[in-house]
Structures are given as C-alpha cells and as structure tokens.
Design a binder for this molecule. Structure first.
Ligand code: SF4
Length: 265
C-alpha cells in the first residue's frame, strides 16, 4: 500500500482492473486493493482469464471466484475459447514448448481489451519480485535488447489503446507473498500449470533462488539496478514509432501484431 501511495499508482476515483488467476499473488493483490479501497476512493473490478488448460485452470478459477466473492469484488471471466475460438491446449498441441509464449501474448491482449471495455485506466497485475527478476534475466539471455529496454509501460506511452499497467507487488519476494496469503487465510490455489515445466522461467528462478540464498538481497538489487538504468536503455534502444496491425487494427511494431500471427498460424 505504501508503494501504491508513494509511487502514485492509483489516483483518487480512478477505475482499476485487477487481473486475477486464483494463485497467491493475484489474490493477495485483490485483498490489499480491497483494504485500500476502505480508506481511499477508487473503483475496482477483477478480470479472470480462462486460457483453457485442462486439469489446471478449473481449480484456480474456483479459488478465484470463491475469494473474490468473499471480498465482494465484482469479476468478469474471459476465455480463450470465446475470444479466439480455441483453448490454449488446442493452440499448443504437439508444440508444448511454445505454450508460455502463446499464452502470454493472448492473455495480455484479452486483459488489455477487457480493461478498456470496462473503462479502466489502470490494469493491476500480481507480478512479484521473483517474476520481475526472471523476466530481466530471460530477456538478456535471449539477447532481446528491445524487450529488455522497454519497461512495463512502454506501449502505454505511445498508444492510448493500451491500458496502463501497474504492479504493486513487484518489490515483494514470492515467499513473502505466500506467508502473507497464508496468514490472512486467503483461499488461493497452489497447483502448477502443466506447461510450466517447458518454461525457461523455472530454470532462471532456481538460479536466482540459489544466488539469493548465498548472497541475500541479490533479487532486490537486481530489480532496483534495472530500474535505475531503464531510462538510459529506453533512450538508447527504443524508437517511438508504432503502427497499427494490418489485420486487427491494434497497435504493433510490425505490420502484423503477435496475436494475429498466432491466430494465422
Ligand atoms: S505457465 Fe505458461 S502456459 Fe501456464 S499459465 Fe503460465 S504462462 Fe500460461
């Protein structure tokens, strides 16, 4: 809550969408925003994405609906099936290694679209310090200098079609959030997505855990160092030009946006 106040993440009477998966991070975020709402006026609605992952998403959906119901937060469920005519399982059949990349692009698209439809001016996600550090390292390891240099609200700065993202939990360790969620008896689901085993993120996460154990505060130092160099990275590697996708009309750097490339395939 101090982060929200000091970084001025939510303005008075602003309308905020919170992305909820049913896991500890997003439900902790929903809980904290609800607490904040008791002292500070703003509106909030939750968006739950059902990617269509058999044996996994139904558990997390139940947890999300139960906890949001208890908190009295209105929610909207958006599925890949309704938005794209297929579940994630169908998209990645026999190509499971690409599950997270496909899931990420489509999920970001749906979240942004729904938040815009709900007239929200902020889209709040439950990314924690571990998630942020993993993304920094993964972008570097892939040599993806452009993504590494963008930062979270690059698109918002250059197109009004993007709802501004906020990540109030980005300075908190994953294990701190687990403790908070357990202490406050939040009914989160802790099952793991079956596609997580194919993701580079898990391996990078284990490496960072080892570094943190032998050199405490490594995770925090990595993120704060990155935040300090981000303005310089922005200036050096990012151009301000953006066009619109020739298929769907959404903003994109290329002629066709990533979502349409996936759907075409
Ligand atoms: S682990 Fe990958 S496929 Fe599963 S929900 Fe997360 S991003 Fe999507």
């Amino acid at each position: 809550m101090r982060v929200i106040r000091e970084d001025n993440l939510i303005k008075k009477n602003e309308r905020v969408a919170v992305a909820v998966s049913g896991g500890k991070d997003s439900l902790t975020l929903a809980y904290l925003l609800k607490e904040l709402q008791a002292r500070y006026p703003f509106e909030m609605e939750a968006i739950i994405i059902d990617e269509g992952i058999s044996g996994y998403r139904s558990h997390t959906l139940s947890a999300a609906k139960k906890q949001l119901g208890e908190l009295g937060i209105e929610y909207h469920i958006e599925s890949f099936q309704e938005n794209f005519g297929k579940t994630l399982d169908c998209f990645v059949k026999n190509n499971e290694e690409n599950a997270c990349a496909t899931c990420g692009v489509l999920r970001r698209y749906v979240l942004n679209k729904k938040a815009r439809e709900l007239s929200c001016t902020k889209l709040s996600t439950g990314h924690n310090l571990d998630d942020e550090d993993q993304s920094i390292i993964m972008n570097l390891m892939r040599g993806d200098v452009i993504r590494f240099s963008r930062g979270q609200n690059y698109y918002k700065k250059i197109s009004d079609k993007f709802v501004e993202r906020i990540k109030p939990l980005r300075y908190f360790l994953e294990k701190e959030i687990v403790i908070f969620a357990l202490f406050n008896k939040l009914s989160f689901d802790s099952s793991e997505c079956p596609y997580a085993e194919y993701a580079m993120r898990g391996e990078v996460g284990k490496f960072l855990d080892r570094m943190e154990e032998s050199r405490p505060t490594t995770k925090y130092s990595l993120l704060s160092g990155y935040d300090k160099i981000l303005p310089a990275l922005n200036q050096s590697f990012i151009t301000e030009s953006i066009g619109v996708c020739e298929i769907c009309g959404e903003p994109t750097m290329d002629g066709t946006c990533m979502r349409c490339k996936i759907l075409e395939k």
